[in-house]
Design a protein around this ligand. Sequence first.
Ligand SMILES: CCC/C=C/C(=O)SCCNC(=O)CCNC(=O)[C@H](O)C(C)(C)COP(=O)([O-])OP(=O)([O-])OC[C@H]1O[C@@H](n2cnc3c(N)ncnc32)[C@H](O)[C@@H]1OP(=O)([O-])[O-]
Length: 280
Amino acid sequence: MKMALRACLRTKPGLTGLLSQLSCSGHAAARRAPALVAQRSSSSTSQKIKVDFDQSSGVAVMHMQSPPVNSLSLEFLTDVCIALEKLEMDKSCRGLVVTSSQPKVFSAGLDILDMYGKSPEHCAEFWKAVQEMWLKFYGSNMITIAAVNGSSPAGGCLLSMTCDYRIMADNPRYSIGLNETKLGIVAPFWFKDTMVNTVGHRATEMALQLGLLYSPAEALKIGLVDQLVHEDQVLTTATETMTKWLAIPDHARQLTKSMMRKPTIDKLAANRELTKSMMR
Ligand SMILES: CCC/C=C/C(=O)SCCNC(=O)CCNC(=O)[C@H](O)C(C)(C)COP(=O)([O-])OP(=O)([O-])OC[C@H]1O[C@@H](n2cnc3c(N)ncnc32)[C@H](O)[C@@H]1OP(=O)([O-])[O-]
């Protein structure tokens, strides 16, 4: 099954059938201990992410470095959540850029192999971690910028949409979008809400029903990303953009962000248990 799943990931349309067969009835997976997180001084590394924090600018850069495609496994999500929490608690950290160390891919979304053949307990923990990551990013007090330097389907697109601003590499071979229906699955309501908040109701309706993956140019056109730059310029542009956002007083920006996002956050917070059914 696992080999077949791999084969299907290579031929994307084949995922549909396999995803519908995914179950959580296998052996329990051992939970790994959380890895290192960002320190005030410079940089820290876990197996899955590396965080560089420049205290003079107050900006941290989170490099996702989970080969081959930064898929969002429980271990990865746990590392991200712990790092985010530490950065959030450090009042000297005002901005966060999220990017990928993997060539061609920002994130392939939820780790399908981590969802297959695992115990119900693992699945519940996994799903909780997906929600936790969303809640932490979407509700962050920090200025968050996604430096999308590669393809970003499904959960990868969601991750980028939780940020305040998205800069994508202008490479027509890359794509971004919530393609869940193409895989025979339904994007949960909070994926949908995040997209509605980003590109509006009509564009989301089309995108979700058709499971559309957009080229960078198309993504810019509908507002799924905010800016396209040459591949080599994604991170530097993110840093430059951050400077503009840092010029806004934190308290005013944070309250405004909260005003815009709180209803969506409250909705998931009130329905977390309900959404577990998505994983069954
Ligand atoms: C519950 C409802 C919500 C669901 C939300 C989701 O996010 S559902 C998720 C929906 N996600 C998608 O639909 C994205 C599916 N993936 C893709 O479209 C492409 O992999 C890509 C465009 C991200 C990168 O293209 P590329 O040509 O650069 O790379 P490549 O294709 O050659 O893959 C390299 C290796 O990575 C492996 N692998 C890939 N993805 C995943 C994954 N999610 N997980 C685990 N593994 C994954 C792949 O099997 C292969 O492994 P191998 O054989 O070397 O052992």
